[in-house]
Ligand binder design. Structure first.
Ligand SMILES: *[C@@H]1O[C@H](CO)[C@@H](O)[C@H](O)[C@H]1NC(C)=O
Ligand SMILES: *[C@@H]1O[C@H](CO)[C@@H](O)[C@H](O)[C@H]1NC(C)=O
Length: 196
């Protein structure tokens, strides 16, 4: 398994207090109904890809620690479940929610480049429908992935001819993003009662 050491250093040193530049949204990020923010968490982790025989990498999962706002307080986890759906957990409680991307975003062939992305661009901003939600997250109806940084397969380095014949090669690319958990307007509990 390949991990990009240089980008991993970038990711771990950049957890707190830094302003992430906006990448361009893949589609409409605006929920269809009025919403309030339940949780605003910052994810630090990897987007996981696997290679096919034509030297292309396909996303098959992700893994991220989720921190409260821009603090170092770990409050959640993000991964892909057994059905390949993005899933989010509130580790302070029994809350969890599954997401389903709204629309069909096309990964940009040339991702927008940012100063801190290691030169490879950043994954798309997304709007996800909450398809299943429980516990402290039971009222969540949407999740936005915003302020993305990194997570894109580096070009050049991993399109060498040698890779044509190495299918199923794993590549975990460090990324960060804000995950905003949205509930119907008026239904968010008072901030002091929030677990995360
Ligand atoms: C993604 O990569 C991370 C870091 O290597 C790993 O901990 C996690 O298990 C991977 N997720 C999947 C779905 O393989
Ligand atoms: C972190 O701070 C930036 C810059 O002020 C802000 O845009 C972003 O929404 C914050 N992230 C979270 C999860 O609160």
């Amino acid at each position: 398994m390949f991990v990009l050491a240089a980008l991993a250093v970038l990711g771990s040193s950049a957890v707190q207090g830094r302003e992430l530049l906006q990448s361009s949204p893949a589609g409409d990020l605006t929920p269809a109904v009025p919403v309030d923010v339940l949780f605003a968490w910052h994810g630090v982790g990897t987007q996981n890809y696997t290679s096919s025989s034509n030297s292309k990498y396909t996303l098959y999962g992700a893994m991220a620690d989720l921190f409260k706002g821009n603090t170092s307080q770990l409050v959640g986890l993000h991964h892909f479940n057994d059905q390949d759906k993005p899933e989010f957990f509130n580790i302070d409680s029994n809350g969890n929610v599954l997401g389903s991307v709204v629309g069909s975003p096309n990964r940009k062939t040339t991702p927008p480049r940012q100063a801190d992305d290691g030169g490879f661009g950043s994954v798309d901003e997304l709007l996800l429908n909450a398809v299943q939600a429980t516990g402290t997250m039971q009222d969540v109806i949407y999740i936005q992935r915003l302020n993305t940084l990194g997570g894109v397969v580096p070009t050049g380095l991993f399109t060498l001819p040698a890779f044509n014949n190495i299918p199923n090669s794993l590549l975990d690319v460090p990324y960060q993003a804000d995950y905003i958990f949205l509930v119907p307007a008026g239904s968010a509990p008072a901030p002091s009662s929030l677990a995360g």
